[in-house]
Design a protein around this ligand. Structure first.
Ligand code: IYR
Length: 218
């Protein structure tokens, strides 16, 4: 099957130089903080739709777009997710996590209580699609969905909203709770909303590696 090509007429051309625009984007992204305390201030469905559209622009293996976003605003459904997540987390903190993992989490102050799943106006559950329409193949699913989630977090942040990348483990309960096909696997849970008044973030989590640690130029 041959591919039809069209002119790339709508290429994004920023106002400034590549360097100044890259720096501006960095400066905005560097203000992002993962938060665990949300306000119940509403966020419109249109806002969530634009954020998901932004995520949906992500590149993916053979453009299969192997993701599905379930945006939960229904209180009872959010609460059911909370109860099920807390059940898994109780096991995680009491038995499943080993000592090193618990020590790594200690500076973040996380525990089995997941109040944010009730409070945040939206809880977006991202599924990875492991088989496409008609049981067709999909490719590089984790890479593709990971990129889409990155764009989601950036889009929410640039809209002035806070997110939490939450990974209850295991999170298979979400498939049944949200009535998704077995071909979809829960990937991550993202509460979205405004940070609570007086929301604090752990200082230890703010220290990012320096460029010399994350970049090698040859
Ligand atoms: N899923 C648990 C534990 C947890 C694990 C990692 I790695 C984190 O960066 C944060 C938490 C929880 O959500 O509490």
């Amino acid at each position: 099957m041959s591919i039809e090509y069209v002119d790339y007429r709508d290429r994004y051309v920023p106002g400034g130089s590549a360097e100044s625009e890259a720096r501006r984007f960095h400066d905005a992204l560097a203000k992002r903080r993962t938060v665990r305390e949300f306000s119940d201030r509403p966020v419109s469905r249109d806002t969530i739709e634009w954020i998901v559209r932004a995520a949906g622009t992500a590149p993916s293996g053979a453009n299969k777009q192997p993701w599905h976003f379930v945006a939960v605003q229904d209180r009872a459904t959010k609460h059911a997710i909370r109860l099920a997540a807390e059940k898994e987390e109780r096991e995680f903190y009491a038995h499943r996590a080993n000592a090193e993992w618990l020590a790594d989490l200690a500076p973040l102050g996380t525990d089995e209580h997941k109040e944010f799943l009730d409070v945040a106006p939206w809880v977006v559950v991202v599924f990875k699609v492991t088989r496409g329409d008609g049981d067709s193949q999909v490719y590089y699913v984790n890479e593709s969905v990971g990129i889409a989630v990155g764009l989601f977090l950036a889009a929410a942040h640039l809209a002035g909203l806070a997110t939490l990348t939450h990974t209850p483990s295991p999170m298979g309960f979400l498939t049944e709770l949200l009535g998704r096909s077995k071909r979809e696997k829960p990937f991550v849970v993202i509460p979205v909303g405004y940070p609570a008044d007086g929301c604090r973030v752990p200082a230890a989590a703010l220290r990012k590696k320096g460029l010399e640690e994350i970049l090698t130029v040859v």
